[in-house]
Design a binder for this molecule. Structure first.
Ligand code: NDP
Length: 494
């Protein structure tokens, strides 16, 4: 096992199609960059038209082979992949740290681990995808089969590169589909390692392909008539474009998009627990998590005591080299994203909200070349402030006071997003009342962010379409065929 580090350079990265690395015909490359110093790690070849066609051809052939395999065999192969992924956990985690800047404390314990859990969960479900039979006495019977869709396209965001590839492919492959996966341009490194591991585990060549490239490559794949379904993780704006383009060929669509999720803390809550949840779910992954609870509504009676230790707690989070095991806050993923997040830090400072802590570029000269920012908290925020309405996708927590349950519910739901939310209260009835009324796909009571593989994840409103994870997500990767068998002679027409 070889672990990469902050100084690692890699050879040119190519698309992985039909079980092998394929040289691009586009003549274009883009850079993979380490966010800790903004130095180049390697070139990545942008796929050309020929590689896109080859990927669809390979995935089509792969689909025919894979979908014809007994479910038990598919299950065994996927479980072998899970075992290899767990063996290579640290190797893959360090690679994602090099690509994303997320601390190894997170990538070694979360990203590959939770991805493998999902593949294992769906491997277990592969054999249970049975049909149903309905009898029509005196006439015949119908059997209803659940069949895979065909070639599925996965398009990844940059914040959980290998985990997103594992979530999408585990579900698609367990249902008998093949997949073409396009990683985000800024995090291209780990998806092809997953492709190698699937191959080693016994997944036939062509069943999982990785195609590198920017939005042009994504768009060409979304529009390709040989692809049955697209699942995107990305921004709301990208989701709208992908859905519109997919409509030209009426592809099935799953969209896992952004959020601006509320955490509601009532006077009777366990305040330490609520504060812990708020801090974790604003600053984990340097705030680059779609489900983060970035609007923290705290009832007036406990408002100041909730805030009191926060400046000290947040200032103590170690910002720095993500390869150091005690680093909590790594660099943001790219210089471009750093500019966007700093815009919101400046906007928050000028908004009139109370500046509690952070929001600066650290003055440590060792961090000067990277995309670093100190985690920030602003209190007394109001609902209309730019950093409160927009998805910042950085370490910026807004704390807002409230008085009544009705008021906070109206304010929490007053957003086009609906990904997640939480309520902290020791009043069982109130906690459940509020959870029922929150317009979000995942709501926690006295908790935040627990997402085992068995629970469906996805958004209400503009946070998404469809679900990933959990047993009912198979609805989005299979289709039902009815086969009616007659037991009688067909009646005469005339
Ligand atoms: P983007 O929407 O910018 O990009 C997502 C992917 O879509 C990238 O691979 C991108 O390629 C590709 N893409 C862009 N335009 C097109 C197009 N026209 N056709 C096809 N593909 C296209 O998202 P980010 O990568 O910036 O990720 C951050 C966003 O992802 C945040 O909004 C976050 O909330 C959301 N997210 C949602 C999650 C969820 O499960 N709900 C989980 C994680 C993140 P390229 O990289 O080359 O631009």
């Amino acid at each position: 096992m070889s672990l990469v580090d902050a100084n690692t350079t890699l050879p040119t990265q190519r698309s992985f199609i039909g079980g092998r690395y394929v040289e691009s015909t586009s003549g274009e490359c883009f850079d993979a960059v380490y966010p800790g110093t903004n130095r180049k790690i390697c070139d990545v070849e942008q796929a050309g038209e020929r590689e896109i066609e080859l990927a669809v051809e390979s995935a089509t052939a792969g689909f025919h082979e894979w979908s014809a395999m007994p479910a038990l065999e598919r299950q065994r192969v996927l479980l072998r992949a899970v075992a290899i992924l767990r063996e290579r956990n640290d190797e893959l985690a360090y690679l994602d740290t090099l690509d994303t800047g997320k601390p190894v404390a997170e990538t070694t314990t979360e990203d590959v681990v939770t991805g493998a859990d999902v593949i294992e969960f769906y491997a277990g479900i592969a054999q249970t995808l049975h049909g149903e039979t309905i009898d029509f006495p005196g006439h015949g019977f119908a059997r209803m089969k659940r069949e895979p869709l065909g070639v599925c396209l996965g398009i990844g965001a940059w914040n959980y590169p290998i985990q997103i590839a594992m979530w999408k492919s585990g579900l698609a492959l367990a249902c008998g589909n093949s997949m073409i996966f396009k990683p985000a341009e800024v995090t291209p490194l780990s998806a092809t390692r997953l492709a190698e591991i699937y191959l080693e585990a016994g997944v036939p060549a062509g069943v999982f392909n990785v195609v590198h490239g920017d939005a042009r490559v994504g768009q060409a794949l979304v529009e390709h008539p040989g692809i049955a379904k697209v699942s995107l993780t990305g921004e709301v704006g990208t989701g709208k474009v992908v859905m519109a383009n997919a409509a030209q060929t009426l592809k099935k669509v799953t969209l896992e998009l952004g959020g601006k999720s509320p955490i509601i803390v009532f006077d009777d809550a366990d305040i330490d627990s609520a504060r812990n949840a708020a801090l974790t779910n604003n600053f984990y992954s340097t705030g680059q998590v779609c489900s983060n609870g970035t609007r923290v509504f705290v009832q007036r009676g406990v408002y100041e005591s909730f805030l009191e230790p926060i400046a000290e707690r947040v200032a103590a989070l170690k910002v720095g080299d993500p390869f150091e095991p005690d680093t909590m806050i790594g660099p943001l993923v790219s210089a471009e994203h750093h500019r966007k997040v700093m815009h919101y830090m400046t906007s928050a400072k000028a908004s009139g909200a109370r500046h509690v802590v952070g929001g600066d570029v650290p003055d440590d000269p060792a961090l000067a070349d990277g995309n670093y920012v100190t985690p920030a908290v602003f209190a007394d925020a109001t609902d209309d402030m730019e950093f409160v309405t927009d998805e910042v996708f950085g370490p910026l927590m807004a704390v807002l006071p409230f008085d009544t349950e009705d008021e906070v519910l109206a304010r929490a739901n007053n957003t086009p997003y609906g990904l997640s939310g939480a309520v902290f209260s020791s009043d069982f009835a109130r906690a459940n009342r509020v959870a029922n009324a929150l317009q979000a796909g995942s709501v926690w009571i006295n908790d935040y962010g627990t997402l085992p593989a068995s629970l469906p994840f996805g958004g209400y409103k503009q946070s998404g379409v469809g679900r990933e994870n959990g047993a009912n997500a198979i609805e989005h990767y299979t289709q039902v065929k009815v086969i009616y068998s007659s037991l009688v002679e067909h009646p005469r027409y005339m």
